[in-house]
Design a protein around this ligand. Structure first.
Ligand code: SF4
Length: 412
């Protein structure tokens, strides 16, 4: 069924099965980049914190540089032992397998502040491995709109709600422009990050606007600012929603970005409409793909990407078994690659269906089948994920770079 071996196989397995809490994992949080989601102890699980939740690290690094996102799960057969002095081991209870691991470190910038006292952590930056993500306008207008009682936000989205973060960044609904002090604070934080970590990719993202032209204009302002401060010439990706053709041409003409990534999220119009109703209503499936095609004509084959969520369609409301979901996703990968567009798949755990005994097994079978099949599709189309866009040191829940690297025989 699957051809995955080595680190890619371990990564899929640990991402799907999660890791249960141990004091060693809790101790590692003291020197590691913290997880956005605290560990929640399940009922009856020993809880040495006595609080029901605990801070845990966000990312595992294996010896060959593979990054694995940590999902806390009290039922998982995986746990961590060790300490900072002796090193840590990831252990599978079933087989006794022990893998030497480290964690993405807690860098000083995460506790430092701008000259006017704002924590860098609130200045609109995050770091995954060697990728710096700039998000100074995270609030997404799709969260504010409903049609026939249904929210227009993407069903899996937990990060686009206008909240405290948008307040810190001075983002106000209806205003397209990003405030200059917001950009200046982000710049200060960016300089600190560049001084403390090796950054090889910059990714511009943000919440969506219901008017795709206005969204493109906001990203133009951001990309022009970043070009002015990106003195090291680090490759930049435009991670907006789909935008009109003339704006795509403008980004290219000014040399603002080297790569484009408009996230289609789901292949097939019915799934797209269901999972991303706002994108479907305000842009539309056909226009989204046409915009990606314009980007290929403008930037070239292999420079245009589309992030996809993989696994959500296994939720009971979609009624899909993993074989059908994998077939649909692979048909999408084939189609997109034939247009010169590279989809990038991130695993998303379906919220429902946890009572099924095969909950973890079907997500794993689906993702392994997709990852292996998509590797073959890329090979056939002569497409590879560009090293400037993304690499195995920042792909923390995506497998494309790991699988291609393994196939090329790179082991360190
Ligand atoms: S477009 Fe969808 S995924 Fe992106 S921020 Fe809005 S709701 Fe979330």
């Amino acid at each position: 069924m699957t051809t995955l071996t080595g680190s890619p196989a371990l990564k899929v397995q640990v991402m799907c099965e999660g890791i249960r809490y141990t004091p060693a994992l809790g101790q590692a949080a003291a020197h590691s980049m913290p997880n956005y989601y605290p560990y929640r102890f399940k009922e009856g699980e020993p809880d040495p914190t006595g609080r029901g939740i605990a801070t845990i690290p966000y990312l595992i690094n294996t010896a060959d540089g593979t990054e694995i996102r940590i999902l806390g799960d009290g039922d998982s057969p995986w746990h961590v032992e060790g300490d900072p002095a002796q090193g840590y081991q990831l252990i599978d209870d079933r087989s006794g397998l022990e893998v030497a691991i480290g964690f993405e470190p807690l860098r000083p910038w995460l506790t430092q502040k701008t000259s006017d006292g704002m924590p860098f952590a609130q200045a609109g930056l995050t770091v995954h491995g060697d990728m710096l993500i700039i998000n100074v306008a995270p609030g997404c207008e799709y969260f504010l709109h409903k049609h026939e009682g249904d929210s227009m936000r993407c069903t899996f989205c937990a990060y686009g709600a206008p909240d405290e973060r948008t307040k810190h960044l001075g983002q106000v609904t209806g205003r397209v422009e990003i405030l200059q002090p917001t950009l200046e604070r982000m710049h200060e934080a960016l300089e600190a990050v560049l001084g403390q970590a090796e950054i090889r990719h910059i990714y511009l993202v943000g919440g969506s606007l219901t008017d795709w032209r206005k969204e493109g204009e906001r990203f133009l302002q951001l990309a022009r600012f970043v070009k002015g401060v990106n003195t090291r010439g680090i490759p930049v990706t435009l991670g907006s929603g789909a935008i009109p053709d003339d704006l795509i041409a403008q980004f290219h003409a000014e040399g603002l970005v080297q790569y484009v990534c408009f996230n289609l999220e789901m292949w097939s119009e019915p799934l797209f409409a269901k999972v991303s109703p706002g994108k479907n209503r305000y842009v539309g499936y056909e226009r989204w793909i046409a915009s990606l095609e314009t980007a290929v004509r403008t930037f070239g084959r292999g420079k245009v990407y589309s992030a996809m969520v993989a696994g959500i369609e296994l939720g009971p409301e979609y009624g899909m078994e993993w074989e059908e979901a994998a077939r649909t996703a692979l048909a999408g990968a084939e189609d997109l690659c034939s247009r010169g567009i590279l989809p990038i798949y991130s695993i998303v755990w379906p919220v429902g269906g946890r009572q099924r005994a095969d909950y973890h097994a079907r997500i794993r079978s689906y993702f392994e089948t997709l990852v292996s099949g998509y590797h073959e599709i890329r090979r056939r189309h002569g497409l590879a994920v560009a090293d400037g866009f993304m690499c195995h040191r920042c792909a923390y829940m995506q497998l494309e770079c790991d699988v291609d690297r393994q196939a090329a025989g790179v082991t360190a």
